[in-house]
Design a protein. Structure first.
Length: 181
């Protein structure tokens, strides 16, 4: 129903975004069907992706677990590539879609938080206390914001069957995620 917009169909009111991240990813090319939404998205996305209190690796754990839980092949594939660039090993990435007892302890804590937000729309008080000790109050809020942002992206790509970007497909074809047992 909503295909990624081509350069020829890019809305003139979004010309100022050409050449940036919004003009390169298929999910943002789908969001460009609603220029006001995409324009509003930029500040939130910038904070969540580039200025969060979680750090790059924990942020990628949150995003990967969210993509996995939402069955979003698009987000999973993109963040396998980004997770690798952030220094996550293939074994660590693969563990994120498995059971909690097969993850590193901090990754399991983060995955429990993602699962709690997706399953219950909240973090229970004991989990909040564990998270506060591990990532602090700002980290908790950024974790919630990250799950929210990537849930919205997951809803978009899953609803409109947004194709995984060619560069990511090429990368994962050349170097598939090494599975662990």
């Amino acid at each position: 129903m909503l295909e990624p917009l081509t350069d020829a169909d890019w809305p003139p009111e979004l010309d100022h975004l050409k050449g940036g991240f919004t003009n390169t990813g298929n999910v943002y090319r789908v969001m460009a069907h609603h220029p006001a939404l995409l324009s509003a998205w930029i500040g939130f996305r910038t904070h969540v992706v580039l200025q969060n209190a979680l750090g790059t690796q924990i942020s990628e754990v949150v995003i990967l677990r969210t993509g996995f839980r939402l069955n979003s092949a698009y987000e999973w594939a993109h963040h396998v590539a980004r997770g690798r660039k952030a220094g996550l090993s293939d074994a660590r990435i693969a563990s994120i879609r498995g059971p909690l007892n097969r993850m590193a302890p901090k990754d399991a804590l983060i995955a429990r938080a993602v699962d709690g937000l997706i399953d219950d729309a909240r973090l229970a008080p004991p989990l909040l206390a564990e998270l506060d000790a591990a990532i602090g109050k700002k980290g908790i809020l950024d974790l919630m914001a990250t799950v929210g942002l990537y849930s919205t992206l997951g809803f978009i790509v899953n609803s409109f069957a947004t194709p995984i970007d060619a560069d990511i497909t090429d990368e994962l074809t050349a170097r598939p995620l090494a599975e662990t047992d």
